[in-house]
Design a protein around this ligand. Structure first.
Ligand code: PMP
Length: 424
């Protein structure tokens, strides 16, 4: 393998290589990336999630405090004293673990209270939601259970990896990103062919930060007898007048058939959920979804999620501040001449394209005290590398101004703004 042209995907199927030889080849690739200073992943942090993060000394990175855009804790609730106290109170009351899977002793009243809170948050009756131990399994485990080869999953091509994993047992068709005409064509052709026709979209897309056209998508889905699943992991708490996400923004909260989401972003914890119109579907998952039935229930730390959910309603100023930060920062990046695509959320990509230039930008940003995520294939397509950033309500103007200064420097040094203009 020519490491200079390789990507992480290339190590899956090397002929005549068993897993140990493949891992060795993969290690060679990691070493190559490190030696060439392109290794900006899995960095070791020494402090919690926030607008500033401590990094340990590693490779070219010096130990110290960095302005950070890598946390999806948009409202800053992982550091909110009341959320922390709720987690502590949960652990004090129940101990540190649930001790069993939910079907055989691990279903505790804090799980039921959180399920009810989530149902109420989405204006659904109690009994409408199930809590999984990650947002990833809320998609992958539920879809693996619900959709078989007689069913079709019609997915926006930019949906999250957890959805792709969940539909490995069903028939799959992908539609062009946010393209309702293309979706309608696939729905029309599937109408009388499959048992369940499930359209799956993200509310806010995790790499571009753009919002799904939910109203039109819902309309065509129902027109052809399909059901719509929306994963709004990045929209909840951020989008919509009261933070109910992209579904609230388009006023379709009561019409979406299935909602999935995570506790790992605005809810400031770990875990995930699925909300359905029919409570029978929830009971079906309780007993038929293998990763729910055969895996330990969430720890009492998720008691903190209830407090975070309440704070979305009780302290709306966090969302107001987040949006002020987003608008200020976006304007600053655009003024430098950078391409931030079509984001309408707190996810801000700076599109660079070339994978090496992108890694280099990530490195120079770090060397100048700014911690971001350089994203490359297979998370996005090969020529679509970008610096991905998540804004937080707790970023100060000073954080944003310092980061913009460094971006201006990086842009000049790597001629990023110029190459963006050349493409137009
Ligand atoms: N859905 C989307 C759109 C995501 O971006 C992510 C990644 N965080 C997930 C689901 C998975 O969530 P979790 O981190 O809770 O497993």
């Amino acid at each position: 393998i020519d490491f200079s042209k390789a990507s992480f995907k290339d190590f899956e199927n090397i002929p005549n290589h068993d897993i140990f030889k493949r891992a060795k080849a993969h290690q060679g690739y990691l070493n190559y990336l490190r030696e060439n200073e392109f290794m900006n992943y899995r960095l070791l942090a020494t402090s919690g999630c926030g607008p500033e993060i401590g990094l340990a000394e590693q490779g070219y990175i010096k130990k110290g405090n960095y302005i950070s855009f890598v946390c999806n804790d948009y409202l800053g609730f992982t550091q909110h004293p009341e959320v922390k106290n709720a987690v502590i109170a949960g652990v004090e009351k129940y101990g540190t673990g649930a001790g069993a899977s939910p079907l055989i002793g691990g279903y505790l009243d804090y799980h039921k209270e959180l399920e009810d809170k989530i149902s109420t948050f989405f204006k659904r009756p109690k009994g409408s939601s199930i809590v999984y131990t990650t947002g990833y399994t809320s998609n992958s485990a539920s879809l693996l259970c619900l959709l078989k080869k007689e069913d079709i999953a019609i997915v926006d091509m930019a949906v999250h990896a957890s959805v792709y994993e969940g539909i490995t047992g069903s028939t799959v068709k992908r539609f062009l990103h946010n393209n309702v005409e293309n979706l309608e064509r696939i729905l029309a052709a599937s109408k009388d062919v499959y048992r369940t026709k499930m359209v799956i979209v993200d509310g806010v897309y995790s790499q571009d930060g753009d919002i799904a056209k939910l109203r039109e998508i819902l309309e065509v889905t129902h027109k052809y007898g399909g059901v719509l699943l929306v994963d709004d992991a990045h929209g909840i708490g951020v989008i919509g007048n009261t933070g109910r996400g992209a579904m609230e923004y388009f006023d379709v909260l009561d019409q979406v058939d299935i909602i999935t989401g995570t506790f790992s972003k605005t809810f400031a914890n770990v875990g995930g959920y699925l909300v359905a119109k029919n409570p029978e579907l929830i009971s079906y998952l309780h007993f038929q979804s293998r990763q729910y039935a055969f895996s330990a229930a969430s720890t009492p730390a998720i008691v903190g999620v209830s407090r975070a959910i309440d704070l979305i309603d009780e302290e709306p100023h966090w969302k107001v501040q987040l949006w002020k930060n987003v608008e200020y920062y976006k304007k600053g990046l655009i003024d430098i001449g950078l391409d931030i695509g079509d984001t309408d959320s707190a996810i801000i990509p700076v599109k660079i394209g070339d994978v090496y230039k992108n890694s280099k930008a990530g490195k120079i940003l770090l060397e100048n005290g700014v911690y971001t995520n350089p994203i490359m294939y297979p998370a996005v397509s090969l020529k679509d590398s970008r610096i991905r950033m998540s804004l937080m309500a707790t970023h100060t103007k000073d954080h944003l101004d310092k980061a913009l200064n460094v971006f201006e420097y990086v842009s000049k040094k790597l001629q990023i703004a110029e190459s963006v203009h050349n493409l137009q």
